[in-house]
Write a protein that binds this ligand. Structure first.
Ligand SMILES: *[C@@H]1O[C@H](CO)[C@@H](O)[C@H](O)[C@H]1NC(C)=O
Ligand SMILES: *[C@@H]1O[C@H](CO)[C@@H](O)[C@H](O)[C@H]1NC(C)=O
Length: 196
């Protein structure tokens, strides 16, 4: 009996401690529209050989849509060419939770107690398993130690290996090449016309 009480007490204590340590979810009325920067990234993959890995990141463009949904534009280099990928992050019933890319990506967005800093915590499903990624997202490029410290606390709580943290090199936005999907063709052609 005594040990049961102790177990229950411990369990409750742990629950309380975790609830206090976990960050609040993105509030429903927050409009994330705008440009964001990846300030730190961590994954839980065991890829010792690839460490320390250098990565370059382009700004992330978010457009808040109706019903809490967001359109996210990712920019990256593929074979040295600028590629932009637009996708919908669909708000689902659970607080802070979004899904994208046919449910292969589930993302929780958390608010940090530091102005204009958020954490995207994602579960990526692969055919033979899944892995987790957490990203510290900020509204400007200035180094923010407090945000980084809070991010480190968060990823420790979620069980990420701290040695996997990468601070990416920031790249300026590039203009995608013409052979991309149709809507992007129009945009980049419009850009080159207006630049001409
Ligand atoms: C990570 O990989 C190394 C070598 O491949 C292995 O020895 C180690 O046990 C792995 N760690 C985990 C947590 O899977
Ligand atoms: C979010 O703000 C942008 C302007 O910053 C506005 O165009 C957009 O309609 C807003 N979205 C929502 C869902 O309120």
């Amino acid at each position: 009996m005594k040990s049961l009480v102790l177990t229950v007490t411990l369990f409750c204590l742990l629950a309380v401690v975790q609830a206090q340590d976990d960050l609040p979810f993105l509030s429903e009325d927050r409009n994330m529209s705008g440009i964001w920067y990846h300030k730190a990234i961590v994954n839980d993959l065991n890829i010792t050989e690839l460490r320390p890995m250098k990565i370059q990141k382009f700004p992330l463009v978010v457009r808040a849509l109706q019903k809490g949904n967001m359109e996210v534009t990712l920019t990256f280099l593929h074979n040295g060419e600028c590629v932009q990928l637009e996708f919908l992050m669909e708000k689902i019933e659970k607080p802070g939770l979004y899904k994208a890319v046919w449910d292969t990506l589930l993302t929780y967005i958390y608010e940090l107690p530091v102005l204009d800093h958020y954490v995207f915590y994602s579960e990526c499903k692969l055919i033979d398993g899944k892995f987790y990624v957490a990203e510290l997202i900020g509204k400007d490029l200035n180094e923010n130690r407090q945000a980084l410290e809070e991010f480190k606390k968060f990823i420790q709580l979620k069980g990420f290996p701290p040695e996997n943290i990468i601070v990416p090199e920031q790249r300026e936005m590039c203009v995608p090449k013409v052979h991309n999907a149709a809507p992007q063709n129009c945009k980049s052609q419009a850009n080159s016309v207006s630049n001409a």
